[in-house]
Design a protein around this ligand. Structure first.
Ligand code: ATP
Length: 607
């Protein structure tokens, strides 16, 4: 058991684990709507789907015919001890069981094809849709939560579609067919077989009432343990530097123990289910044999019918059990599908206004005219911002954390739309420029450098996808990144890991500068890195940045003084307003907010 828990843990930590939410297992009206939507997705392969359903029907009929023929054989040949006519019956039996197996195989094969195709289409749709959602969607949600919809929820839908559709149809058909046949053969024996249904129902209820508590607990502890493991892995440096290894191991043991206990009871009690099924099956055999035997003695029933009945009794409990089993799985998959549809139904980034048109090139004059904006309904995050920047100038945005500096950039990028006021580039309202064309004028060097798994060359080329190798190297040289890249084992073709681990923070910044140089933007946005850069790299970075900033309008979210000192304008943002503006000298002379920040931090304005 522990082994399977450990394996579960590995799988869980690889995917962003989502606890089973008890709400997921409630049948609500919206779940029916979602089932309808899923059915529509499946119906994209309508022809094949109906073929599968037809095969399920044929399969069920063969499944019911088999025991009937065996009963017939007993009555006709074994009981009467004659062999004449047995050959056609044997051929019939072989044919029935052959087609029973063949239809089982084919229905599974085609259904898995349909399910995989459906999930593939949905997964593509959700990923494509995510690329078209506005930044506000991502800002409002945890990233792990969104990821879990694309991975976990889709996975859940996939495995359910693979098996549940067939199982549900087949169970319902088998139940109906078996009951009809049983009633036809002997209503009395049917009634006796049915007596196990309430027993099965109450027995299962008794068990699941107990297990659901333990399963919930197991899920909870698994989630906690999973979160803890993730936390300790990402925090290894801190754990080691504070020598907290023993402490985390102790905590792990506590959490793992809680999981072991919950797992033990959940598995033990749920293990009663097959035992109960067996017991009830045996009970129904005994009842059928007893009552059937009495009836046979009286000549009301044949032995063959009794044998057929015992087989039907087994066929009858299996779909009951399957349906009960499928129910929870289906509901949890439908809940997953609800979350997927929630994303799919999120509105895409506003379509550009009808009058918006692409613009070829801009010089980089930027103007904010009385711009106000709020993320929610509460007070405005930025209020009545006005400023003007000539092309080629450098503007530094300084101010305490949460003042609204990044928000100004978000508006400039059209990630959000101002509630009032206008933002102009080269005298043109940015709302009249298509987003794609507008964003092509910007280049970034941000604190968090986005690097992906690929070579250094590919990562730099991200700035301009059609750049030649020479252009990439030229940009790297200008960004002072060439020399460190050349020292790598495969130079530009060295692979970077997903998060760029293995290279320093400063080197990541240099790559980011190379990217921006390659992009050759009219407007540059710099979010200065605050720490973790050694002095030599820092000098290289500053030099590369100076080169990059030349003749470009540059917005710097500044944390350090050296960039600010040379800025053409410094805007001191305070509680969403521009509290002061001017150059370094004029602001120092003014002895206001800027002066205080400067004094406080000596040479470093940490904002
Ligand atoms: N996506 C968002 N949704 C809601 N509120 C937000 C969002 N982003 C920022 N805010 C809020 O808006 C205010 C301004 O945030 P902003 O990120 O612009 O500040 P900042 O000056 O750039 O701060 P920092 O220097 O820490 O990055 C803060 O109070 C912040 O909590």
């Amino acid at each position: 058991m522990l082994h399977s828990q450990e394996r579960g843990l590995k799988v869980m930590s690889r995917r962003h684990h989502r606890n089973v939410n008890p709400e997921d297992l409630k049948l609500t009206r919206s779940k029916f709507t979602t089932i309808g939507k899923l059915w529509k997705e499946l119906s994209n392969n309508r022809g094949l789907l109906f073929l599968v359903l037809f095969l399920v029907l044929v399969n069920t009929i063969f499944g019911i015919l088999g025991p009937f023929l065996i009963g017939y054989a007993i009555d006709q040949f074994i009981y009467k001890q004659t062999l004449s006519g047995i050959i056609p019956l044997l051929i019939g039996l072989i044919t029935v069981y052959f087609f029973y197996s063949l239809t089982s195989f084919l229905q599974n094969y085609w259904m898995i094809g349909i399910a995989q195709e459906t999930v593939f289409t949905m997964r593509t749709r959700i990923f494509t849709h995510l690329q078209n959602l506005p930044i506000s969607f991502f800002d409002k949600r945890q990233h792990g939560e969104i990821m879990s919809r694309v991975t976990n929820d889709m996975d859940n839908i996939s495995s359910t579609l693979n098996s549940s559709v067939i199982q549900i149809f087949s169970s319902v058909l088998t139940l109906t067919g078996t009951i009809i046949f049983m009633l036809w053969l002997s209503p009395l024996l049917t009634a006796i077989t049915m007596t196990i249904v309430p027993l099965l129902y109450f027995g299962m209820k008794w068990i699941t009432n107990r297990t659901s508590k333990y399963f919930k607990e197991q899920q909870k502890h698994l989630g906690l343990l999973n979160g803890f493991v993730e936390e300790t892995i990402s925090g290894q440096k801190i754990i080691k530097s504070y020598s907290q290894e023993e402490f985390v191991i102790d905590e792990f043991l506590q959490k793992s123990n809680a999981l072991k206990k919950a797992g033990f009871w959940a598995q033990t009690i749920s293990g009663f289910i097959p035992k109960l099924m067996n017991m009830l099956n045996n009970l129904s055999y005994a009842l059928i044999a007893f009552v059937g035997g009495m009836l046979a003695l009286k000549g009301d029933l044949t032995v063959g019918i009794i044998v057929t009945f015992t087989e039907y009794a087994r066929q009858f409990t299996r779909p009951l059990h399957d349906l009960a089993n499928q129910y929870n799985q289906l509901l949890s998959a439908v809940a997953g599908a609800e979350r997927v549809y929630e994303v799919l139904e999120e509105e895409k980034e506003e379509i550009d206004e009808i009058h918006a048109a692409p613009v070829e090139r801009v010089k980089g004059n930027v103007e904010f005219q009385n711009v106000s904006f709020s993320y929610g309904r509460d007070e405005n995050t930025i209020k009545n911002i006005c400023f003007q920047v000539e092309n080629g100038q450098t503007v530094a945005l300084v101010g305490p954390t949460g003042a609204g500096k990044s928000t100004i950039i978000n508006l400039l990028m059209r990630f959000y739309k101002p509630q009032s006021g206008t933002i102009l580039i080269d005298g043109k309202n940015i709302q009249t420029i298509t987003r794609e064309s507008l964003r092509s004028f910007y280049g970034f060097v941000l604190q968090d450098v986005y690097l992906f798994e690929g070579t250094f060359r590919e990562n730099i080329r991200y700035g301009k996808l059609d750049a030649t190798d020479e252009e990439v190297e030229e940009a790297a040289k200008k960004a002072n990144a060439h020399s460190f890249i050349m020292k790598l084992p495969n130079g530009y073709d060295t692979k970077l890991t997903e998060d760029g681990s293995g290279i320093s923070q400063g080197q990541k910044q240099l790559l980011s500068v190379a990217r921006a140089i390659l992009r050759n933007p009219s407007i540059l946005i710099l979010d200065e890195a605050m720490s973790n850069i050694d002095t030599v790299t820092e000098i290289k970075l500053q030099e590369a940045l100076q080169r990059l900033m030349q003749n470009r309008t540059t917005f710097v979210i500044a944390h350090r003084l050296n960039t600010i000192q040379n800025a053409d304008q410094i805007l001191v943002v305070y509680e969403g307003e521009i509290a002061e503006r001017g150059t370094h000298e004029t602001l120092l002379k003014k002895k206001g907010l800027y002066y205080q920040m400067y004094k406080q931090k000596e040479n470093t304005i940490v904002v």
